[in-house]
Design a protein around this ligand. Sequence first.
Ligand SMILES: *[C@@H]1O[C@H](CO)[C@@H](O)[C@H](O)[C@H]1NC(C)=O
Ligand SMILES: *[C@@H]1O[C@H](CO)[C@@H](O)[C@H](O)[C@H]1NC(C)=O
Ligand SMILES: *[C@@H]1O[C@H](CO)[C@@H](O)[C@H](O)[C@H]1NC(C)=O
Ligand SMILES: *[C@@H]1O[C@H](CO)[C@@H](O)[C@H](O)[C@H]1NC(C)=O
Ligand SMILES: *[C@@H]1O[C@H](CO)[C@@H](O)[C@H](O)[C@H]1NC(C)=O
Length: 502
Amino acid sequence: MSCCGLFGFQRNSVNPSKKMSQGVADIAVVGLAVMGQNLILNMNDHGFVVCAYNRTVEKVDRFLANEAKGTKIVGARSIQEMINSLKSPRRVMLMVQAGKAVDDFIEQLVPLLSNGDIIIDGGNSDYKDSQRRYHYLKQKGLYYIGTGVSGGEEGARYGPSIMPGGSLEAWPFVKDIFQSISAKVENEPCCDWVGTDGAGHFVKMVHNGIEYGDMQLICEAYDIMLNSLDLDLNEIGNIFTEWNKTELDSFLIEITANILKYKENGEFVLPKIKDSAGQKGTGKWTAIESLDYGIPVTLIGESVFARCLSSLIGERANASKVLHGPANTKYAGDKKEFVEAIRKALYASKIISYAQGFMLLKEAAKKHSWNLNYGGIALMWRGGCIIRSQFLGNIKSAFDKNPNLENLLLDEFFTQEIHKCQDSWRKVVSQGVLLGVPLPCFSTALAFYDGYRSKRLPANLIQAQRDYFGAHTYELLSNPGVYVHTNWTGHGGNVSSSAYTA
Ligand SMILES: *[C@@H]1O[C@H](CO)[C@@H](O)[C@H](O)[C@H]1NC(C)=O
Ligand SMILES: *[C@@H]1O[C@H](CO)[C@@H](O)[C@H](O)[C@H]1NC(C)=O
Ligand SMILES: *[C@@H]1O[C@H](CO)[C@@H](O)[C@H](O)[C@H]1NC(C)=O
Ligand SMILES: *[C@@H]1O[C@H](CO)[C@@H](O)[C@H](O)[C@H]1NC(C)=O
Ligand SMILES: *[C@@H]1O[C@H](CO)[C@@H](O)[C@H](O)[C@H]1NC(C)=O
């Protein structure tokens, strides 16, 4: 089955209504930092002629004389020269720092390009910027593609996951390049059209948010094994190697196994690393968007806060001397059995995280009229990117089976998987509580699960409280849509029904 969307292959195609330019290059890439260089080399490997440009011209010369030596790659020493090198319609891909640099380059390109030329932003841009640029360039007669590119340096060189969105009219002109250089899973490219304006960068943002969650879940599993089971790093590393052969088979589990076992001069490296996590912001963006859209993406939110808490390293050191935990911090039962319970808790929590991520995608799609293909997104994430895993194959199957699936948790396969894991999951979360090991993502996932499966929640009491102190009114189950107020105190003011809906 093909995931390749709407158009046939159109290698080097030109729009016949446009005057041919004299160039030889299929695409230009601006920005020769490592991601840009590696994408260029990857495109070259797949038979495309790429023009390389960097504002610092020595960068271009150095690249041509070294990494690009003996290839068909051409260089440009000015933006005009770069434009002249291109076939029509011109395709210019920006691999520069997200933010102002992208706008600056767009401003320089606009006067030099012709109707129907295409500007592609392959950086980690905020999807709202991509929406703005799409509309701006459309009004100038130009096409815009904002695309997520994931997989780090290695991915860029040998096959990233690529998530393009923007001007649908431009997709036929970049499809062949992008799908050729992207990762493949069972011969299917991990690249397909996502949707209009900022959809590509939105999907990339959610990918990064999910990545934050996956990483934190792995950390929690490691933490409880290290501190409550007294396993050493080699043992935990071996456990992750084993887990990599199960439903958890994924890039992040695999690198974790390698990291845990890694030694320099006979000593483990991991314990020497400062336990204060950095972040570049895409996880935070996902959490902010989920608040804005009102979607409970709790696990990604907790994973961002866990990084924030980790960075309070001085305060934590001080607090550790004052604030006590439980007397007993060691698990007394069967270790092997508990390790398996931790695996299941991780798996169940991961299912919740992806279910939440897809809930956010669905809400954003509704809001922006993006016709997102959820199975296609799962396939794009299946290979090439940081969250790549076997598991995403199951998510793709779920959405292939039912593209209108209300929630991933309601797919038969995932319902069964959660049911199989649930006892272990509860055991691990409760042991974490008893032994004093923080498991923010395992526990928020379980709390979400218990909330999501509840026909009734205590929000009736919230409504009563709001009406009590603020006369906000409430609806009766027996009469929805009609807002009523109760004179709770005997001295409240008069509130006409439906006056307040806040
Ligand atoms: C040029 O290359 C440097 C890396 O050496 C990079 O930091 C910079 O963004 C590039 N400039 C552009 C946008 O051409
Ligand atoms: C993890 O599994 C993949 C296959 O799914 C394999 O290529 C990789 O080598 C495994 N990694 C480890 C550390 O076991
Ligand atoms: C930790 O305590 C020390 C000594 O009381 C104090 O100087 C320092 O500012 C504290 N650090 C933080 C980050 O609160
Ligand atoms: C609320 O109840 C009190 C006591 O029964 C009554 O005096 C008052 O008029 C009521 N207020 C309204 C707005 O109905
Ligand atoms: C409360 O307001 C309603 C409609 O505005 C009015 O009919 C009613 O008489 C008011 N009740 C009191 C106690 O003021």
